[in-house]
Design a protein around this ligand. Sequence first.
Ligand SMILES: Nc1ncnc2c1ncn2[C@@H]1O[C@H](COP(=O)(O)OP(=O)(O)OP(=O)(O)O)[C@@H](O)[C@H]1O
Ligand SMILES: [Mg+2]
Length: 141
Amino acid sequence: MEYFTKSSEETIALGKKIGEVLKPIDVIGFYGELGSGKTTMIKGIAIGLGVNEENLVKSPSFIMINEYKGRYPIYHIDLYRIKNTEEILSIGLDDYLYGDGVCLIEWAEKAEGDLPENLIKVELEVVKPEERKITISGLSL
Ligand SMILES: Nc1ncnc2c1ncn2[C@@H]1O[C@H](COP(=O)(O)OP(=O)(O)OP(=O)(O)O)[C@@H](O)[C@H]1O
Ligand SMILES: [Mg+2]
């Protein structure tokens, strides 16, 4: 499915719809350049999963993983700084992927091959400064 959003608010609204239908076993990989809106969309998804907006931080920093409590545990994982497979193992990615909650993974291409087969994919492309093309596969809304 393809969507076009014309503001970060519209991307958050689309994320919220995704959050409302996610199940605790779901893993979503986010693909798109710096500033394309991955974290923005994850904010919407977390809200759709029942997280209070004031509990959300902008982006995982050093630790690369933030946990939020919504209807299910939500693991927000940012692989931007990951250099190799050993580092992926060292953060214990598998425990999150096959654990008790939803996994939302920025820069998922860095873990390609380590992600489950039923991965949901969200690709974000910058069309204009305020416009994004968002392609969602593996999930019906
Ligand atoms: N339609 C839109 N959807 C999402 N973000 C938008 C849109 N239009 C403008 N923006 C802006 O683009 C930026 C997106 O930043 P965000 O941190 O979500 O990107 P990111 O993909 O997570 O980047 P990074 O790879 O650095 O983690 C924000 O400043 C946001 O306000
Ligand atoms: Mg981000």
